[in-house]
Design a protein around this ligand. Sequence first.
Ligand code: NAP
Length: 258
Amino acid sequence: MQDQVALITGAGQGIGRGIAVAFAREGARVIVEDLRDDEDSQRTLELVREAGSDGCVLAGDVARVADIQRVVEDGVRQMGRIDILVNNAGIERFAPFLDVTEEDYEQVMDVNLKGAFFASQAVARHLRDTGRRGRIINISSVHEDLPFPNFASYCASKGGMKMLMRNLAVELGPLGITVNNVAPGAIRTPINAELTENPALVRKLLENIPLARLGTPSDVAGAAVYLASADADYVTGSTVYVDGGLLWDYSETRRSAP
Ligand code: NAP
């Protein structure tokens, strides 16, 4: 990934940070995008530098189209180009379907789906205008396929991301832009700390994971590195599952409110 520039949204912690470091090890320069330019995003940039590469931090709310467009413009201005977009920023909101509020629904859909939609548009326009090939990688979830009771808006956003990916693979293929999803299972990050820090819940969850462990951000990053690499030149419109086998061995225990 030498000479490549990657924009990774939500890279201040968790999976996004893991991908930033893995890309840096492969030689890519990294635009660390997150809601705030704070200690967390600066720490990711520090790790990118320790991995032997460089980059910058750009703050923005992916739920706001104007923010995304500004981040892409500033990223191109500071780094000279963008070759790879990783739509990683994502949130989830617990609520039984009957209680979901309009506000929660909009937050989840706007960050997870609208954010990926317009970030992809902004980067694809940049690639078209500069006549270069590129990669779009969405961090979706096993819940692009698998129901998750009490997280209907999250599932709708990730299912939407699956169809967005397939549609863009067809529409952007002629421009030499590949579009793929990485679908993580249960990965230990701050997003699900309430679950992963609860030994009883983890034990129960591990019964549904054939590989019998939670995943790590670097497990997910490995798949993203592959999809960004020349080895994946002919791969587009696909989802790579990084879930220890969970998808095909899962039964939902009705979780109560955290
Ligand atoms: P995380 O630890 O919560 O990290 C998400 C990052 O995104 C945070 O740095 C967060 O910033 C940032 N972010 C949130 N809203 C944003 C916005 N509007 N604009 C820009 N950045 C924003 O979550 P994660 O576990 O690494 O998850 C990353 C992705 O993987 C998500 O799309 C998630 O749905 C997906 N995923 C995770 C798992 C898992 O088990 N962890 C499983 C399947 C899929 P703040 O901290 O400042 O809010």
